[in-house]
Design a protein around this ligand. Sequence first.
Ligand code: ZN
Length: 166
Amino acid sequence: MYYLQSRWKQNGSTLIYYGMRKKPYLLQNQSKLTKRQTELISQLPLEADNPALVHLQTLIKQGIIVEEKDLRSFPSSIDEAIFCKKCAANDFMIPGIEFDENGLCPMCASSKRTEHLKSVLPLVEDIPVNLKGRFDVAVFYTGGKDSTFLLYYLAKVKNLRVLALT
Ligand SMILES: [Zn+2]
């Protein structure tokens, strides 16, 4: 049987990948589908001997449509997670993350290529006090060192009222 790989979602006649893909498809996170491909993907999973699979060959070659044995599994705990060989990215915290043949996550594998990219998100140096609400700022608190330090910094150093989201 052939399935749509995890992190891919069908949106009409487009397949969308949520996240960065591994090389050589790094920033190619959308795939436009033909009418026939759109129909077939709506019918997944398909039997391996289905002659219509010929229309999905380009997607099979890219690992977007895969056999059941190649579907990415989701570890049930951090102890079962596969970690990037260079950073803390893992498939428990980022389900379905792709690692390359060297065990690197897409960010580490593409660090040379992406070092000149600039963030499109606005950066704020000072967060103003919110006069109308109970909180000044919210933090996505994972319990890791980064978000724990951020929580401490915003609450104790900046004296902001922090809503910790867990
Ligand atoms: Zn990494």
